[in-house]
Design a protein around this ligand. Structure first.
Ligand code: FNR
Length: 364
């Protein structure tokens, strides 16, 4: 069996090791929703990862749900992402962009004038988002009309094309955490009566169409997907039969030969055993690289790869505070704790100022 530090070919992605930087929203984008200048250093510092998945990045203006998150729909954004991908590649790393539409997890003040958030439903989530006014309840959404969905799918496709223009190695479609795609998947949220609601075949339709469109544009081997079958994030609620839903969702994607499937086990950033779910059943339905995430420590990650249970392990919070995480995992070195007060928004503090082991040694 391979180890966590062995290379892996995932579709078209040739990865140096099996440690992945999980997508992490940091709310530091510049005006115009352009990735911050500091993001170049931030991602370059973390280029030792086998693969970096960027912070969630909106595919179009109405896909935004929080203050100062970056987009990938304007030329200026693409140019800024190009500087970031160049910096990561210069350090020998690989980087994909996480393509995001928040759906109903948004607030009118973040959207183009006159827009309201769009979703599978017109029912609001009982949760808050961060705006210029601080934490505010999310706005009441409107249900997307059936005839609006082809343009939505096209927006994902266009974003994937721009990701290639920006020099990314591929994309990860964000199908997790109660955002737009999850809002269509789960019957706890989707109350539609058209071809995108009702039976599993219909609720998985948007995901299927998005994955087909993105794969057609850039190749399945450069396309990954993130799912979180039982997370309660963003007031999404549990599906009435998550196992059947996600088994079908994954099975239907088989012909696309996706590079990887990234599964959040349990509640994202919370308990791993929040609800029963057999992830092995998903894996049996997927041929590409199998990426796991959620509260992995060093031993769990070593075991997951050594036992063959996973091909790749994604780390979120540990990568915030340990830019050289791969080295620390390899050497069994001490991990720096992450300061949650600087997760969202701000400048260099808690972003680019966590030292590597070498920098720490120089200071000492
Ligand atoms: C996240 N997470 C997350 N997930 C995602 O799919 N897209 C995103 O943009 C973000 N943003 C984000 C920001 C911050 C500050 C945190 C802490 C988390 C979830 C993240 O990718 C991961 O699933 C969880 O953090 C659990 O993994 P760890 O941290 O236990 O390794």
């Amino acid at each position: 069996m391979p180890t966590l530090f062995d290379p892996l070919q995932a579709g078209e992605l040739q990865l140096d090791n099996r440690v992945v930087m999980a997508p992490l929203t940091r709310n530091r984008a510049a005006p115009g929703r352009v990735p911050a200048a500091l993001a170049e250093a931030y991602y370059a510092q973390r280029a030792g990862a086998g693969l970096i998945i960027t912070e969630a990045t909106q595919i179009r203006p109405d896909g935004q749900g929080y203050l100062d998150t970056p987009g990938i729909y304007s030329a200026e954004q693409v140019a800024a992402w190009r500087r970031i991908t160049d910096a990561v590649h210069q350090r020998g790393g690989k980087i994909v962009v996480q393509l995001w539409h928040v759906g109903r997890i948004s607030h009118v003040s973040l959207l183009p004038k006159g827009d309201v958030p769009v979703s599978s439903t017109a029912r609001a989530a009982h949760t808050k988002t961060f705006t210029t006014q601080g934490f505010e309840p999310v706005s009441v959404p409107r249900a997307l009309r059936t005839e609006e969905i082809p343009a939505l799918v096209q927006s994902y496709r266009d974003a994937a094309r721009r990701a290639m223009d920006a020099g990314f190695d591929g994309v990860e479609v964000h199908g997790a955490n109660g955002y737009l795609i999850d809002q269509f998947l789960r019957d706890s949220c989707n109350d539609r009566t058209d071809a995108y609601g009702g039976p599993i075949e219909n609720r998985t339709r948007l995901l299927r169409e998005v994955m087909q469109a993105v794969s057609a544009e850039i190749g399945g081997g450069r396309t990954g997907l993130r799912l979180s079958p039982v997370t309660p994030s963003n007031d999404i609620g549990q599906d009435s039969d998550p196992q059947a839903l996600f088994n079908a969702a994954v099975e239907q994607l088989q012909p696309l030969k996706l590079a990887f499937l990234h599964v959040v086990e349990g509640a994202t950033g919370g308990p791993r055993d929040v609800a029963p779910f057999d992830y092995e059943q998903l894996r049996r339905r997927f041929e590409g690289a199998w990426m796991v995430n959620n509260a992995y420590d060093r031993q769990m990650a070593l075991d997951a790869v050594a036992s063959g249970r996973a091909d790749l392990v994604a780390f979120g919070r540990p990568f915030i505070s340990n830019p050289d995480l791969v080295r620390r995992l390899r050497e069994g070195a001490q991990m720096a704790p992450a300061d949650s007060k600087t997760f969202y928004g701000g400048g260099a503090r808690g972003y680019t100022d966590y030292p590597s082991l070498d920098e720490q040694a120089v200071k000492a």
